[in-house]
Write a protein that binds this ligand. Structure first.
Ligand SMILES: *[C@@H]1O[C@H](CO)[C@@H](O)[C@H](O)[C@H]1NC(C)=O
Ligand SMILES: *[C@@H]1O[C@H](CO)[C@@H](O)[C@H](O)[C@H]1NC(C)=O
Length: 420
């Protein structure tokens, strides 16, 4: 891991020493147990040990815009957390994003909700600066007791071309993690634009150019057909394991089930998952297959494929377990197999999800008296996010022009970096 000077080294040595002494005493105690002096002697050893220092926890800091948050962001936070004991995340303000990159798609409130929900995040700092200046860096070290500042191996350049992490690097308090391949916000925007292709020709023209602006520029030429914009994500079993809790419900746990597409995982999803979790001890989340979502929402949906959607839900602290490819209908067999106590569904959902005359997918849990409608705390949906992108396409196009050059450099110079 490369943390050569962990603060906890000294106490660990002390702990080993104590353990060794107790072990020795225990051995002696077994053989001379009736002499009765050993139990007195054990605490006496403690007096000669240096007073055990409070186990200092290593605190790491990572910042970001976390706009259109995806599992790549979540993976970065997971990796950052693994470099320390506590992860503090700085979320860049709307104003700072606007002046450095262009308008954010998601509001500060939505971005904060997303970052807070990630299970590897311990604390969140609102309105972090886009670049870590010396003053903020010192505040991180003193007020927030940060040991290391973490960033990915992709370049983070300021509008003037300088490195946003130069101060932290100079102070020797910078650590790098490997960028998560296969996903980026620009790529996701490109996929979203596919969803709205059935529009007047003038608009399609705009979208095509916008999509080019948002694509990486390393794999698609300007003439490439938008249809080729598919996920580059290669799902590995290891990644799923890294994201999952690896724990089943405790005996007697009350298991709540919620299902959905969870496409473009957003603050509305997080809010309903939190509410669902509060109704039981263990939240099981069923994620519909790509085919199911396509049938309901149209040919270009879902924007994120099943594995990507699964990772996003797994990164959320309220989800305990997921079903990767849940059926549309909640059957009696499912309720029995997972010992589901309650099936819930939110009030805010895509209008295309339920069609007139459809059979009711919740008929079984309703009949069993195990169904509940939950008031959705937020009214944001996957469609509203796509609508924001389309409404602001000119601004996003400009934003991406700024970014395209550094992205091109990253992919041109890309090399294998060790890490997970
Ligand atoms: C099934 O869930 C209920 C709570 O709803 C719990 O009391 C029961 O112990 C569970 N059954 C098993 C076999 O875990
Ligand atoms: C969604 O909720 C916000 C605030 O709660 C409100 O301002 C907005 O009008 C709502 N939008 C819709 C489409 O209901």
């Amino acid at each position: 891991m490369g943390l050569s000077m962990r603060y906890s080294d000294a106490p660990q040595v002390a702990q080993l020493l104590v353990a060794g002494l107790i072990l020795a005493a225990a051995v002696l105690g077994l053989s001379s147990h009736f002499l009765g002096f050993i139990p007195v002697a054990i605490p006496a050893f403690g007096i000669f040990l240096p007073k055990k220092k409070e186990n200092r926890r290593v605190r790491v800091y990572m910042d970001g815009c976390f706009d259109l948050m995806h599992y790549g962001h979540a993976n970065a936070l997971r990796q950052a957390r693994a470099l320390g004991d506590e992860l503090v995340v700085g979320v860049v303000s709307d104003g700072e994003i606007e002046s450095n990159k262009g308008p954010p798609v998601m509001s500060m409130d939505e971005r904060m909700a997303m970052v807070r929900s990630v299970k590897w995040v311990d604390e969140v700092i609102e309105d972090a600066p886009y670049a870590i200046n010396e003053e903020f860096m010192n505040k991180l070290f003193t007020k927030y007791r940060i040991d290391y500042i973490i960033h990915g191996d992709d370049p983070c350049l300021l509008p003037d071309g300088s490195d946003a992490y130069a101060h932290a690097k100079k102070a020797g308090r910078y650590k790098q993690i490997k960028r998560t391949e296969g996903v980026s916000s620009t790529d996701i925007v490109g996929r979203m634009l596919l969803c709205v292709r059935d529009r007047p020709p003038s608009e399609i023209q705009n979208h095509a150019s916008l999509q080019r602006q948002f694509s990486h520029g390393h794999s698609h030429g300007p003439d490439s057909h938008p249809q080729t914009q598919i996920s580059h994500f290669l799902p590995t079993s290891r990644r799923i394991v890294q994201f999952s809790n690896g724990k089943g419900p405790r005996p007697d746990a009350r298991i709540v089930y919620i299902d959905g597409a969870f496409d473009l995982f957003h603050a509305g999803h997080v809010a309903i998952l939190e509410r669902a979790k509060a109704l039981g001890d263990f939240l099981l989340v069923g994620i519909h297959t790509d085919q199911t979502v396509r049938t309901r929402r149209g040919a270009h949906h879902p924007v994120m494929n099943l594995h990507e959607r699964s990772l996003s839900v797994l990164s959320c602290r309220y989800a305990d377990e997921i079903i990767i490819g849940a059926p549309w209908e909640v059957t009696k067999d499912m309720v029995t197999t997972f010992n589901i106590s309650l099936v819930v569904h939110g009030t805010v959902a895509e209008t295309t999800d339920f069609k007139e005359g459809d059979f009711d997918p919740y008929a079984c849990p309703k009949q069993l008296g195990k169904f509940k409608i939950l008031e959705s705390p937020r009214n944001i949906t996957t469609s509203t996010i796509i609508a924001r992108i389309v409404a602001n396409h000119e601004a996003f196009r400009k934003r991406n022009e700024k970014k395209a050059e550094s992205e091109r450099r990253y992919y041109a110079n890309k090399q294998f970096v060790n890490g997970d």
